[in-house]
Write a protein that binds this ligand. Structure first.
Ligand code: ZN
Length: 62
């Protein structure tokens, strides 16, 4: 089973980050920390047929 990654720019500092993508179809949401500035980033992706269909990157709200 191969694991794919998504690439996204940090909404705080613009640093390019990578996160593993679960190829399961549907909408997935999780939070990750920027590798550069360590701020929490809220990710939402939509996957269909193992392919990334939509990617939303937002600042995590406190
Ligand atoms: Zn950052």
């Amino acid at each position: 089973m191969s694991e794919s990654n998504i690439e996204f720019d940090c909404p705080y500092c613009g640093y390019p980050n990578f996160s593993p993508l679960d190829p399961l179809s549907g909408t997935q949401q999780w939070t990750t920390d920027c590798e550069n500035c360590c701020h929490p980033i809220a990710l939402r992706v939509k996957v269909r047929g193992g392919e990334l269909e939509e990617l939303d990157v937002e600042r995590e709200q406190d």
